[in-house]
Design a protein around this ligand. Sequence first.
Ligand code: NAD
Length: 267
Amino acid sequence: MKAHDLQGRKALVTGGARGIGAATAEALAAAGASVLIADVMEDTGRATASALTAKGAKAEFVRLDVTDDAQWAKAVDATIEALGGFDLLVNNAGVEITSLIADLDPADLRRMLDVNVVGTALGMKHAFRAMRPGGAAGKGGAVVNISSVAATIAFPGIAGYSATKSAVDRLTRVGAMESGKLGYGVRVNCIYPGLVPTAMGQKLAADVVTAGLFPSAEAAIGAVIDQTPLGRLGEVGDMADAVVFLCSDASRFVTGAGLPVDGGMGM
Ligand code: NAD
């Protein structure tokens, strides 16, 4: 048996159509889990699920806007129906809108709060209700929230985003406390990814240039690498492997933890 064996586990990955979420869905499937990819990007999400199925995994897609409570209830029902249970939730969907504090647009700030904070909190709500004893799945499980190195350092241009990712960190701790104390049998942890050149990461590097903080995207990325002891950007697989660990029994006594996966940038 592999150390991080997830045979028989049933996972829901939000924002799983692309980027870190897609890599996470692939890594969970490679560890033996069946996976429901949930996203607002329907065509991309379906293609990602099909690619996993083509590799022999059990994978399906469901449309889910994580800001919508009613859609969450349906997505969890769909997971249980399609996969025959629900043990793992990766709250990965997120948005980043770069802005100096002096230029903040309240609509952008509210959008990040809605997706990153409300979306993550609703995910925990519906996972707890389904996974706890007596719930529709009822066998406990694990939740992994995707926070960010932005919750652990001060990087210019991402104040609003950093605030939402700090909130994800706190949601994780209180979630772990409630789940433990109330006997839900659900471990709750988060990771803090460093900068990863996904669509989001690349746009961030361009947007801090527009904000006047760096002369070029290359300079912005160079500054991040300079601050990173391991001397490179993150890769989606770095994040996915950490999530698999936190989903697996190898982390059975770990809850309420935040794991930096940032090459040391945030220490
Ligand atoms: P990405 O933009 O490539 O992918 C994000 C995914 O989330 C997309 O598929 C998108 O459609 C989906 N999504 C957005 N809003 C949604 C909603 N309301 N409901 C459902 N799905 C929604 O970004 P990524 O880089 O893969 O980021 C994944 C997570 O990792 C995010 O939470 C992000 O904040 C976090 N993160 C990313 C980095 C980075 O440098 N890329 C660093 C730290 C943390």
